[in-house]
Write a protein that binds this ligand. Structure first.
Ligand SMILES: [Zn+2]
Length: 230
């Protein structure tokens, strides 16, 4: 082989070798990254924080209630339901665990074909984060978990579905205090016994009704979509 041709051949060979190596190197990197993504260990679900915590001072119950009210405002107005908002809070860490509002989540949750209430949405989100059923979230809740809800938890549902009182009591003593904005109006259910039943079962309930401005704001949001009252 002439000397010029030999030099050319060596150059092409070297280029091919480098090119092929580079190609295989890229393949390895892409493959490695893909396998890394696939085999990435699951996040420690118990410490996973999905809900950003607003800047609220610890135990500032009225501001937390206003935060729950902001959730209620997200609920679609309708004359056939109330617009309720709720927040599940780790009172020791001053951290929001989850939030919810009426009909936030789909109606076709397993074992609950009815509309999802705000409190139930809070429980479902914690359950989904932990890959468990919302009936079973008690062990993953922090020791001082409290619930803020703009309206008294329901104790009877026209749909016959599981009530929020039953859901709270079903968690044993996992929820230490339920902060309530207003009592349930008599629009759908007469004389709701939600607060009474929770207290009778040993759950502390705090009704934040001494702030008339807040109470009126909650009422207005609660009745969004209803005909104007009085
Ligand atoms: Zn309810």
């Amino acid at each position: 082989m002439p000397e010029d041709a030999l030099i050319h051949y060596k150059r092409i060979s070297a280029w091919c070798e480098t090119g092929c190596l580079e190609y295989f190197r890229l393949l390895l990197i892409v493959g490695f990254n893909a396998s890394t993504l696939q085999t990435k260990p699951p996040t420690d679900r118990k410490t996973c924080i999905m809900t950003p915590t607003p800047p609220i001072a610890p135990h500032d119950h009225k501001t937390y209630m206003r935060y729950a009210l902001e959730q209620a405002k997200l609920s679609p107005p309708s004359p056939s339901k109330f617009c309720v908002g709720a927040a599940l809070v780790d009172a020791d860490a001053n951290r929001v665990l989850s939030t919810g509002y009426s009909e936030e989540l789909a109606r076709d949750r397993p074992n609950d074909p009815g509309s999802t209430h705000a409190e139930h949405c809070c429980f479902i989100k914690v359950a989904d984060e932990n890959g468990i059923h919302d009936f079973d979230i008690a062990p993953v809740l922090p020791p001082n978990t409290v619930l803020y809800t703009t309206m008294e938890p329901c104790n009877e549902r026209l749909s016959g579905n599981r009530t929020c009182v039953e859901r709270i009591l079903g968690l044993g003593s996992a929820i230490k205090v339920v902060y309530v904005g207003i009592r349930e109006p008599n629009t759908f259910i007469q004389d709701n016994q939600g607060i009474k039943r929770l207290e009778a079962a040993g759950v502390k309930v705090v009704l934040l009704e001494d702030d008339e401005t807040l109470r009126q704001e909650i009422l207005e949001v609660t009745f969004a979509g209803h005909e104007k009252r009085g």
